[in-house]
Design a protein around this ligand. Structure first.
Ligand code: SF4
Ligand code: SF4
Length: 374
């Protein structure tokens, strides 16, 4: 049995904000029921039971959405109590939550600190960029509220990452974003290329990120990061950390950099279980927690079909010298071909552009990181 990662959506697709590029709103709209209901405590108990029955060494619970804080703080208090009651001595339990920060107050922050939740906070750089896409239900920018949440997390010494969605506009402002994070003291960063709606031709949305924009973004981001690294200041950027790890012979921890899909047990509000956050649609439902065990789901036909669809390697990739690092990226970013097989990653040009221009510096960064680890 492997370590288990369970992604839980306690508030289904419900959210108290209205970000322009919300991928989950789009994914949910492809289901018969976009809102699957709030996850009950009884269901949550079944989730913990299923995780503890299946996990070896580690069982991680990552709450996300929609907006997971809509489940209310009391829900999470009950969750950690249930985890305590169902814990196994040989399995470490970890909790994480990915939030827009809108509802966070002292009580939430104190709770996260007490129970060692790792928090992912969505913040797209300084106000003028963040407020372009991350709006509240009334259409107003949320920058001040999110910054307030960040300060609260700091006040209570909660470990947190900053999650930044990369749009075409944000990509052009990478310098501004990076320097803003540094000035705020944020040192754990994730940059996530924005997703465009399922089954829609790319490039229609105003937040579209082109491969050319993304390639230039990667080069510039790397340069800013590398300059700091050479000055002895390490800033964690998840994508770069994973590439450096691969060069060091390690397995990437990010699913989207493994070159193939893996099954992640995403739990919707009605207890439905799906293999990946990007595919929480009726076609990919593996079963309902409590009815089917994680082991059975992992070995079931849906999981097999899901993983299999990610295994083909396009001819361009086979011939490409960057394949060991790139691995054709995340399957969600790969072209869907007319015969339903999966093709080349839409950011292929970006990856080629980046690796060709920063190969030597990447190797040097590996050397510097090794030196720092000593
Ligand atoms: S679609 Fe991407 S994130 Fe989802 S399982 Fe596949 S590689 Fe991982
Ligand atoms: S850079 Fe392009 S061709 Fe090369 S491995 Fe990545 S997706 Fe495939």
């Amino acid at each position: 049995m492997p370590p288990v990662n369970i992604l839980i959506k306690p508030a289904s697709s419900a959210c108290n904000m209205a970000c322009r590029y919300c991928f989950y709103k789009d994914v949910a709209s492809h289901r018969e029921h976009a809102f699957e209901g709030m996850l009950s405590l009884d269901r949550m108990q079944q989730v913990i039971q299923a995780g503890m029955a299946y996990a070896e060494h580690l069982c991680s619970f990552a709450f996300q959405g929609g907006e997971p804080t809509l489940a209310g703080l009391d829900f999470y208090r009950r969750v950690v109590n249930m985890q305590r009651q169902m814990a196994r001595p040989d399995v470490q339990i970890r909790n994480a939550i990915q939030t827009n920060g809108y509802l966070l107050d002292d009580e939430w922050a104190a709770f996260f600190a007490e129970h060692h939740f790792l928090v992912g906070l969505s913040l797209d750089g300084p106000a003028e960029l963040h407020n372009g896409n991350r709006l509240d239900a009334g259409g107003h920018g949320t920058f001040n509220r999110v910054m307030r949440a960040a300060r609260l997390l700091e006040k209570y010494h909660v470990d947190f990452n900053i999650l930044c969605v990369v749009t075409g506009r944000n990509a052009k402002s990478v310098e501004k974003i990076y320097r803003f994070y540094k000035k705020q003291g944020f040192r754990w960063l994730q940059f996530i290329p924005c997703l465009e709606p399922l089954e829609q031709e790319r490039g229609v949305e105003q937040y579209h990120l082109s491969a050319q924009e993304y390639g230039k973004f990667l080069v510039r981001l790397f340069d800013l990061w590398y300059e700091d690294l050479r000055a002895g200041q390490y800033i964690s950027i998840r994508h770069l950390d994973n590439w450096l790890g691969i060069l060091l012979g390690e397995q990437p921890e990010a699913c989207n950099m493994m070159g193939r899909c893996s099954v992640q047990f995403v739990i919707e509000g009605d207890g439905g279980v799906y293999p990946c956050d990007f595919y929480v649609t009726d076609a990919w439902r593996m079963g309902t927690v409590g009815d089917v065990s994680f082991a059975e789901m992992q070995q079931g036909a849906v999981a097999e079909r899901f993983v299999k669809a990610s295994l083909d390697i396009p001819e361009e990739c086979r011939q490409c010298r960057w394949l060991p690092l790139c691995r054709n990226g995340c399957r969600r970013d790969r072209a869907v071909l007319s015969d339903s097989t999966v093709g080349l990653n839409c950011y292929c040009e970006a990856y080629r552009y980046f690796f060709a221009r920063r190969e030597r510096q990447l190797a040097d960064a590996v050397r510097l990181i090794c030196h720092m680890r000593l």
